[in-house]
Write a protein that binds this ligand. Structure first.
Ligand SMILES: *Cc1c(COP(=O)(O)O)cnc(C)c1O
Length: 417
């Protein structure tokens, strides 16, 4: 249920939790036999952390993953409150900083990533303080130069891990890394992924040299899962695919991948009016009416995460009682509003007699900014193209003030009955 302030907000992001289940199943078919970690970082890519996490668990996800420790703690608290057993909802989190106290993380039964001697010392200090064994996944830098131990540093880290393991402070549950070019199927991209695998293997053997053989080896996010079966190992970590979006629409669209975009962003038209020929629209007058036009106003803007770089071009679909109108954003995206072009007004400048033509749409009619293209809606991918970015940014930057409305999860069994 929306609270009153939310129901007063005109825009809505509908999130179909059944699509999350559908997508997890589709992804499972492409990596059969692997454990699945549903990546729900950044408020589940803007889709709503707790509802998405719960849907993913219902759909059979074995793990949940979030980048930020704070978000992992929020997730655990939410799942505890929902009565979800920790044994059935392991959570992995991988960004910590030296100033953080990790005792709450251990008390929340979070699996932690260790890349460096200082992070190992930090985990061990908290484990010692609590008298418990921390569960860690060693991260190996396989070519992204982000987190992870380089092969040069790994022997020292490995012996530290071994000592901590022997002291009972840690259990080395996993070894993992992340691919930097798995969405690039060019010769160079393929060579990069092959090199990641090679470095990962060398890292695993450095760990084996000190007697550490982590049970869960993991490398692949959605693009590795889809396009590089050799990266599957024991567990895959789909993020974007879980939300029904392709990690690289130029390789394959969500429809071609059998994925269903879970989010539909919509808002009602707040006004519709006729504007005469050659009239500038929005700040800076970067667009002028090419004739007498019907313009619509939509009450969402860059403060809602509608990227200003999508000005002049991003598509929308206007749903009227008479049918749908494909329209697009004209002029600049404002803080709280956008203008869309609804087409030529009857009685264009050469027949000015038609002063009160029938409007193609009315205030209150629904405008869909993006949703599932299989339903004839514009795609988050279209917005990404117009804004010069990736679909990840379109959904994950959607403003907090837009209420997320979750359409309850229906399992396949429920559908059939
Ligand atoms: C974000 C992320 C993922 C998921 O990536 P997608 O491309 O969205 O599937 C997996 N692993 C790590 C470490 C990540 O940061």
């Amino acid at each position: 249920m929306l609270d009153p302030s939310e129901s007063a907000y005109p825009a809505r992001a509908l999130v179909d939790l059944s699509a999350i289940g559908h997508n997890l199943a589709a992804l499972r078919n492409r990596a059969p036999g692997c454990q699945q970690m549903a990546i729900v970082k950044a408020d589940a890519y803007g889709h709503g952390l707790l509802p998405v996490a719960q849907a993913a668990l219902k759909a059979g996800a074995d793990w949940l993953g979030v980048a930020q420790l704070a978000e992992a703690l929020t997730l655990r608290a939410g799942l505890d409150t929902a009565g979800i057993s920790r044994a059935h909802a392991p959570i992995f989190t991988w960004i910590t900083t030296p100033d953080q106290d990790l005792t709450p993380a251990l008390e929340a039964d979070l699996d932690l990533s260790v890349s460096w001697a200082w992070s190992l010392a930090q985990v061990c200090a908290s484990a010692r303080q609590l008298g418990r064994t921390a569960r860690v996944h060693v991260k190996i830098d396989t070519g992204m130069s982000r987190a992870g131990s380089t092969l040069a540093d790994l022997p020292a880290l490995a012996s530290g891990l071994r000592m901590a393991h022997d002291e009972g402070l840690i259990e080395v549950v996993g070894a993992w890394s992340h691919l930097s070019r798995a969405d690039d199927l060019s010769e160079e991209g393929m060579a990069s992924t092959a090199q990641h695998i090679e470095i990962f293997e060398r890292g695993l053997s450095i760990l084996a040299d000190v007697g550490l053989e982590p049970q869960i080896r993991h490398l692949a996010a959605t693009s590795g899962l889809l396009w590089h079966p050799k990266t599957h190992y024991d567990l895959v970590r789909p993020g974007i695919g879980l939300y029904g979006l392709s990690p690289e629409p130029l390789i394959a669209s969500s429809q071609e991948l059998g994925l269903r975009p879970a989010m539909t962003l919509q808002a009602p038209l707040s006004a519709v009016k006729v504007v005469e020929d050659d009239t500038p629209a929005s700040y800076g007058g970067t667009w002028r009416t090419p004739g007498r036009r019907w313009l619509g106003l939509v009450p969402v803007g860059y403060a809602d995460g509608i990227l200003r770089s999508a000005s002049n071009g991003a598509p929308v679909l206007v749903q009227t009682p008479q049918g749908t109108i494909s329209a697009s954003v004209v002029g600049r995206v404002c803080m709280d509003q956008i203008i869309v072009d609804l087409g030529p007004a009857q009685g264009s400048s050469d027949t000015p007699s038609a002063r009160t033509p029938e409007p193609p749409a009315r205030a209150g009619d629904r405008v869909v900014l993006f949703g599932d293209p299989a339903d004839g809606l514009p795609a988050a991918d279209d917005w990404a193209t117009h804004a010069g970015t990736i679909n990840y940014e379109i959904v994950s930057r959607l403003g907090e003030r837009i209420p997320r409305v979750h359409i309850p999860y229906k399992s396949r069994e429920v559908h059939q009955s």
